[in-house]
Design a protein around this ligand. Structure first.
Ligand SMILES: O=c1ccn([C@@H]2O[C@H](COP(=O)(O)O)[C@@H](O)[C@H]2O)c(=O)[nH]1
Length: 235
């Protein structure tokens, strides 16, 4: 099945003026904006609302706690911000994921407006060594497939994974789950702290619904032109 991969720009900054400037410069060049820990914890929820107004919002706060706390937290966050996509950690387990989905369905009875629940599998900054350090002896690939199946079976609409696991996830879970892929690096750009990386085109060919790109865009001399170049690579 051919799919069009869409671009999410990660607006990772503590500075609301900078965030607004990037979003204004991007205009329609990016398909969604991602606001996560750095912006939300520095500038607050009202600022998230302000910066994301008029854009699809990927609210990436990766909740991970006991089921009741995640369900209540997600309920409050999504009621106030109405993101298109939002994240929890798959490793929180089946009940946590199930309760998160229930909380979203209670707040948003229509499937068309309900924020899509994404479960983060294995962070793209983790490699085999990183996994071994936290006591996981299997490969990143196997861990992503295991957590991915658990998350989708428990009510997640999709997953956050690296591009390296896309083909196997599609083989195991089919076309329906929304697969969102950070750890994207255009040819020649710095990996920074990312370990499991691919280029935009490679991720698209492997089956990504969305790619997430932060520093390669925001640290570029001309962020809007860099975002456009990534869109050109995807089309
Ligand atoms: O596994 C994950 C989950 C989330 N992210 C987030 O994506 C962006 C990537 O930023 P870059 O600057 O392009 O590295 C960032 O906001 C992370 O919080 C991820 O990288 N990996």
């Amino acid at each position: 099945m051919s799919r069009h991969t869409r671009l999410i720009a990660a607006i990772d900054t503590k500075d609301i003026t900078q965030a607004k400037q990037w979003v204004k410069d991007f205009g329609k060049t990016v398909d969604a904006i991602k606001l996560g820990f750095e912006f939300t914890y520095s500038c607050g929820l009202e600022a998230v609302k302000e910066v994301s107004a008029g854009h699809k919002l990927f609210l990436d706060l990766k909740l991970h706690d006991i089921p009741n706390t995640v369900a209540s937290g997600l309920s409050a966050l999504t009621k106030s911000l109405s993101p298109a996509l939002t994240t929890i950690h798959a490793s929180g387990g089946a009940e946590m994921i199930h309760r998160a989905r229930e909380a979203l369905e209670e707040n948003f009875p229509s499937p068309d407006t309900r924020p899509k629940l994404l479960a983060v599998t294995v962070l793209t900054s983790m490699d085999q060594t990183g996994l071994n350090q936290i006591g996981v002896t299997g490969t990143p690939h196997d861990q992503v497939i295991r957590l991915g199946k658990l998350a989708i079976d428990s009510g997640a609409d999709g997953l956050v994974c690296s591009a390296h696991e896309l083909v196997a996830l599609r083989d195991n879970l089919g076309d329906k789950p929304i697969l969102v892929v950070p750890g994207i690096r255009p040819q020649g750009s710095e990996a920074n702290d990312q370990k499991r990386i691919m280029t935009p085109r490679q991720a698209s060919n492997a089956g990504a619904d969305w790619i997430v790109v932060g520093r390669p865009i925001t640290q570029a001399k001309n962020p809007a032109a860099t975002a456009q170049a990534i869109q050109d690579e995807l089309s």
